[in-house]
Design a binder for this molecule. Structure first.
Ligand SMILES: [Zn+2]
Ligand SMILES: [Zn+2]
Length: 136
């Protein structure tokens, strides 16, 4: 996502782009985007500083850290980037957008807060049924 600084007018510049999650490498071992990712960026410039308000929206498939089941979840994120653009003609924010998205992932995903996980002894998914191994 690259803009020419001369295109940022007084009222700002809004750019919408669709990122290919594979090409931008947004997927991790337990999160995959299942469709192209929509990014809207609004650029504002004051003197040598540019602020970019970024909104990201997509659909993901995640793997629960407790029960190991896959589950779908929408992805929504908003953040602001700022740059010093002294002496520059253009600005490419793709790498920073990617970093912000990667940093927004939690350490682990849960299909639901009270996911009961797998029985450590027999591997039964305790969300679906119980097993004979008593769990406290
Ligand atoms: Zn789970
Ligand atoms: Zn069991």
């Amino acid at each position: 996502m690259k803009v020419r600084l001369s295109d940022i007018l007084e009222e700002g510049l809004t750019v919408t782009e669709v990122l290919d999650p594979v090409r931008v490498r947004l997927d991790t071992a337990d999160l995959k985007f299942t469709a192209p990712v929509g990014v809207t960026a609004t650029f504002q410039q004051q003197d040598d500083t540019v602020w970019v308000e970024v909104g990201v929206a997509g659909e993901t498939q995640r793997i629960c850290a407790r029960c190991l089941e896959g589950f779908g979840r929408p992805y929504d994120n908003r953040f602001t980037l700022d740059y010093s653009v002294e002496g520059k003609l253009d600005l490419d924010i793709t790498d920073d957008v990617r970093q912000e998205i990667l940093l927004s992932y939690p350490v682990r995903f849960l299909c639901r807060e009270d996911c009961r996980g797998l029985c450590p002894q027999c591997g039964t998914n305790l969300n679906e049924r119980s097993c004979t191994h008593a769990s406290s």
